[in-house]
Write a protein that binds this ligand. Structure first.
Ligand code: SF4
Length: 249
């Protein structure tokens, strides 16, 4: 269920997508300045990486600016082999440390035993329960003690993300946690322009028309003209399409 026939096709994502906005240089300068300020003023601070295109750009920026920022990856136990291979390569080559957080083994075993391997397709509640075990609980551990985190959210990604700010302090009062979104204003073309220009190692799933990288059972390739997030939880309504990582309570 996780792939469509489109995934059999392969085109270099850099060739297909790299197209800088007219104001790309200004956006890049703004992103760099934001990252430098965040690293200087918010310590400890960490980057959440799904190993998707936006996140490899941010890790590349962190490394090139030599910022004191660690990176974490939620290894849900359901990632594509391509993503796991990129994780290994990233750990070998990144100067910034890349920490891996995995779900509690017992919780995963019990969920699969009680609800089934494909429970996420049965209802939104079960899908969210799976995300809770495989993503939200490890995320809480990854963010424990942090003053801020950095994400690859972009305004263009979906209508739910259209208002994503560069700095989000809405959870400072409740969690003492700021969120920085240095690529908030970037287009998909900007992301791929940066990747092509800097020869950034990226997830080959993007060459198979996966714009968004997630767990294998819940991510598929998209067709021309489909919404950017159409490949995530495609059997659900648009409004339900967040795993909880970026949903405010
Ligand atoms: S994205 Fe799918 S497989 Fe991954 S944690 Fe959520 S429901 Fe489970």
């Amino acid at each position: 269920m996780q792939t469509s026939s489109l995934s059999q096709r392969s085109t270099k994502a850099t060739e297909l997508n790299a197209k800088a906005s007219p104001d790309f240089a200004a956006k890049l300068a703004e992103s760099k300045a934001l990252l430098q300020r965040a690293a200087a003023e918010f310590s400890p601070i960490t980057q959440a990486s799904s190993l998707g295109a936006e996140d490899v750009v941010i890790t590349h920026l962190i490394n090139s600016l030599q910022l004191d920022v660690a990176v974490f990856v939620l290894e849900t136990g359901a990632l594509h082999t391509e993503t796991l291979a990129l994780l290994e390569r990233s750990q070998a080559h990144s100067k910034a440390p890349i920490h891996v957080y995995r779900p509690q083994h017992e919780s995963v075993i019990q969920f699969v035993r009680d609800k089934g391997q494909d429970a996420m397709y049965q209802s939104i509640a079960l899908r969210k329960e799976c995300c809770g075990i495989r993503k939200m609980e490890p995320l809480a551990r990854a963010l424990a003690g942090q003053r801020a985190w950095i994400t690859g959210l972009r305004q263009e990604q979906s209508s739910a993300r259209a208002d994503v700010p560069l700095q989000d302090d809405s959870e400072v009062a409740t969690k003492n946690l700021s969120k920085f979104n240095p690529l908030a204003k970037w287009t998909w073309g900007d992301v791929w322009h940066y990747i092509a220009l800097n020869h950034v190692d990226y997830n080959p799933l993007h060459d198979q028309f996966f714009p968004s990288v997630g767990c294998a059972p819940c991510t598929r390739a998209i067709s021309l003209g489909e919404e950017f997030r159409a490949g995530r939880w495609w059997w659900e309504d648009e409004a339900a399409k967040e795993c909880g990582l970026h949903v405010k309570k």
